[in-house]
Each structure stands twice: as C-alpha cells, then as structure tokens.
Design a protein around this ligand. Structure first.
Ligand code: COI
Length: 354
C-alpha cells in the first residue's frame, strides 16, 4: 500500500463509553466516540480526518439526497479472549465497496483510506468492541455524492465516512419469511449486486406488507417469472437438502456477493457437504419439503450472521421447520463464531489484526 494521505486525528474531550453497558445492545442504535470523514474534490481525496462523532451540516441541494448516489458496506470487528481486536475480512468488503462505487459512477476509495483509516479508527475506539455473545462492533463505511446541485448527473464531489456501532444480534430469533412475487428487488443489468442505498429503500414496501401478515422479511424472486429465489431482506439465502447445500449463484448479478455467504460456503465444504451454487427454483424447495427430505433454510449476512428460518410461505403453501432439530446451520454458526472470537484457528486469514 502506497501511503500518500495523512490522516488527521482529533480526539473527543468526553468519551460516551461508560454511558451505557455494552451488552443486550440493539443493532445499529449506538455509535462510538469517533468517526472518519474524507472528501473527494477535483479528482482527488483530501481532508482525511478522524474526529469526534458529530452531525453533518448538509445543503438541501445535496445531490445524494435527491438521486441516491450512495453506497455502503457492513463489516464487523471482534476481540479474541486475550483482548486483541480484529476485523473480519475487511479486504473483501473493500473490494465490493469499490465494485459498488464503479456501478454507481462514483470514485473508488483507496486502500489507505478505507482499510488504514478503518484500522486507525477502530484502534482509537477499540474499547467499544463488545465481548458478549452475538455482539460485535459493526463498521459502517459509506460514500455519497455531495455536489450542491440538482441536475441529474454524476456528482463531482463526494464524502466517504466510517462510523462504528457496538451492536447485538440483528435477528434475535428464527425467522418467518414470505416468498415475494409481486415486487421485484433486482433484474439483470440493474444494481442488485451493488450495496446501493436505493436497493434498501426499494425493499421497504414489500417488507412492510410481509410484516402486516406476520412475516419478518421477504425472500425476493426473479423479475420475470417470480420463481427463482434471489436473497432475503439483508441476507443471502441457503437451503440444505439432504447433504447438499444450495444457494443461488452470482451469474445474473441480481444478488449481493456476500462476504458471509462466501465464508459459509467455505465452512460447509470443510464440513464435508456438497455445495451447489446455481439458479434455485422455488418448486425444488417445495418438492424437497413435501418429500420429507431434511431441509434447513437460513440466511447469511454481516449484520445477521447466520439466521435460521423457521417458516417459509409461498403463495398458500406454508413450510414450517423445527430449527431445534437442525444440524448444519447451528454447526456453521458455531464454527464461524469460533473463528471470529479467536476460539478456533484462522486457517483462511480472515481475521485482520488491528
Ligand atoms: C449487513 O449485513 O452488513 C448489511 O449491510 C445489512 C444492513 C442493511 C443491515
């Protein structure tokens, strides 16, 4: 990494660390003492600064507020039993962030700002990493267009930021999922593979309607037939049928290339299971369920980690699962947690030491 940028650091005068305990935390509600901010102007990154967490002063004409040229990432930091801090696979999120940036006509962020800036920010706020089960420090890097101008065109100026949130589990209990056939999240040629803010805005109506029926999230299906499953709310989706683990492939660029998805695929292969990444038709899942084959359904994501699905509703057909009897998803979660908390060997170099 060539270092050409200086990162200025201004520390807070009063830490909020002891204002509340770092356990039983909701997801994404509390933020640490500091944040990172950098500006892109005249074709270059400047004003790279770690400073006390504080509000931004924004013009009402700020381009991002009007046209949604905005992307983000989700990453987590953990502590091992001796108190050393680690970030889980930050380079994978870094690469995906810049893939999203290119798709949204935004400047890429250099490694020395994204990775080194994140490392220094977490080093400063490392006391905020919760050491409780299912807790971590959630890292939210984001980039948005900052031209003060409401013509529709890529902005010339941008702001990159990182904020940190000590956090508990995103989904605390096994979930009920509604297979969505009316609304569409992504189509080939669209932005489904990018972590673009608008993808989440576009998902909220379908999720709200599913919630009215008692479901937690929707399982998106393809834009043409509404038969091939894509991803669930904030997660990639996995099915275990017998000794095969099945997940939609990334070919059509309609789903996110999840870092936890990739991690889960690696771990289930190590567990000796067959892995298939290919288009997954909803009828295949229904037939496996009806034939009484052992079926597990779960979601993977940075925020969600491994989230078990206890009910899947497709049209009038409801599939119910007794998650207490499952073997694969709980073992996958156990192995993943063990690596992340430094209680198992990090064979793949996933843990980046602060
Ligand atoms: C993550 O898993 O980090 C995500 O980005 C999901 C988020 C929208 C809560």
């Amino acid at each position: 990494m060539v270092v050409t940028h200086n990162i200025a650091v201004t520390k807070t005068e009063r830490s909020k660390l002891n204002d509340f305990p770092l356990e039983n935390l909701p997801f994404g509600k509390y933020f640490t003492d500091h944040m990172l901010e950098a500006d892109f102007e005249n074709g270059e990154w400047k004003n790279i600064e770690i400073k006390p967490y504080q509000p931004l002063l924004l013009s009402p004409s700020l381009a991002a507020l009007h046209y949604g040229q905005a992307i983000f990432e989700g990453i987590k930091a953990y502590k091992d039993p001796t108190g050393n801090a680690f970030i889980f696979r930050p380079y994978d999120n870094f690469k995906r962030f810049n893939v999203s940036a290119e798709r949204m006509q935004m400047p890429t962020v250099p490694e020395e700002i994204f990775i080194e800036g994140m490392r220094r920010l977490i080093e400063l706020d490392s006391n905020w990493i919760p050491a409780y089960e299912n807790h971590s420090l959630y890292i939210r890097p984001f980039l948005f267009s900052s031209d003060e101008m409401i013509g529709v065109r890529p902005s010339e100026t941008y702001k990159f930021m990182i904020i940190l949130s000590p956090t508990g589990p995103y989904y605390a209990a096994p979930m009920r999922i509604y297979v969505e056939e009316k609304y569409t999240r992504a189509a080939p040629g669209g932005i489904g593979f990018a972590k673009a803010a608008g993808n989440y805005a576009g998902s909220m109506l379908a999720t709200a309607e599913a919630k009215k029926q008692g479901y937690d999230q929707v399982l998106w299906t393809d834009a043409f037939e509404h038969k091939y499953v894509q991803e669930i709310g904030t997660m990639n989706v996995f099915f275990v049928i017998g000794d095969t683990v099945l997940t939609p492939d990334l070919e059509s660029e309609t789903i996110l290339s999840g870092v936890t998805r990739d991690t889960a695929l690696t771990i289930v292969k190590e567990m000796g299971l067959n892995v298939e990444e290919r288009p997954v038709h909803i009828d295949e899942i229904i037939n496996a369920y009806k034939s009484g084959k052992a079926v597990e359904v779960f979601g993977t994501g940075t925020a969600a980690t491994i989230a078990m699905i206890r009910e899947l509703k497709y049209q009038d057909f409801v599939m119910k699962f007794d998650t207490d009897k499952w073997k694969i998803a709980p073992e996958l979660k156990r192995r993943l947690d063990a690596v992340r908390t430094g209680n198992a060997e990090d064979k793949h170099g996933w843990m980046f030491k602060i």
